[in-house]
Design a protein around this ligand. Structure first.
Ligand code: PRP
Ligand code: URA
Length: 217
């Protein structure tokens, strides 16, 4: 059974507050996304199995430990891209397999536009990275793609999640662990007036993670 882990690390909570701030400019925003991603990767890799390996120190030969799983990062384009460098800071040998999805603005359903996964799985553990888990449609679709590919062990790393998205992903894929910086309150409903925000945004959230990283708001 997969688990949902909401971080209680003070550094993550501090940095998410800076990410939420509407006045945080893209350069600082990107740096924060990278830093939070490193911390989430640390937490998400706590259960990676180890094997014994011989190692020669300057003084003796001893038995060391090596991670027994090859790890693949799966950023969901675009916003997930900003999390890759942060995870790579800890896992420099991780392979990166991009999945391109965008949310249709009207239906909020994910639309796939990029997938260059090789014909068979090359890793034992896939870490899906996307800063925002809102309705959960994009993450659910990415897990579907990875399972069809043959992935056996999958985890999701998101900076902010909505309860609705967590419920959707855990119900569709109860075997997948979800590591989040924080679970927020709710999603915006269908707009009624012209000044209302679009539907499906996380509240309080941080706005559009892709736009804020890439300066395209
Ligand atoms: C955002 C975000 C997730 C998705 C989350 O991407 O990065 O991929 O929305 O929403 P969901 O949980 O309701 O599927 P978006 O579709 O805006 O594309 P972008 O990353 O290219 O900006
Ligand atoms: N995508 C985002 O970037 N932000 C949200 O709040 C929801 C989806």
């Amino acid at each position: 059974m997969g688990k949902v882990v909401q971080s209680d690390h003070p550094l993550i909570q501090h940095k998410i507050t800076l990410l939420r701030d509407k006045d945080t400019e893209p350069k600082k925003f990107r740096a924060l996304v990278r830093e939070v991603s490193t911390l989430l990767a640390y937490e998400a890799t706590l259960d990676v199995p180890l094997v014994d390996v011989p190692v020669e120190t300057p003084l003796a030969t001893t038995t060391g430990k090596e991670m027994a799983e090859r790890i693949g990062l799966v950023p969901i384009l675009r916003a997930g891209l900003g999390m890759v460098e942060g995870v790579w800071d800890l896992l420099p040998a991780a392979e990166v397999w991009h999945i391109g999805l965008y949310r249709d603005h009207k239906t909020l359903q994910p639309v796939e536009y990029y997938n260059k996964l090789p014909s068979y799985p090359t890793v034992q553990l896939c870490l899906i990275v996307d800063p925002m888990l809102a309705t959960g449609g994009s993450v659910e679709a990415t897990i579907d793609i990875l399972k069809r590919w043959g992935a056996k062990r999958i985890k999701v790393l998101s900076i902010i999640a909505a309860p609705e998205g967590i419920a959707r992903v855990t119900s569709a894929h109860p075997d997948v662990d979800i590591h989040v910086g924080v679970i927020d309150d709710h999603l915006t409903p269908e707009p009624i007036g012209p000044d209302d925000p679009p539907a499906g945004y996380i509240v309080p959230g941080l706005g559009d993670a892709g736009d804020r990283q890439f300066g395209t708001g």
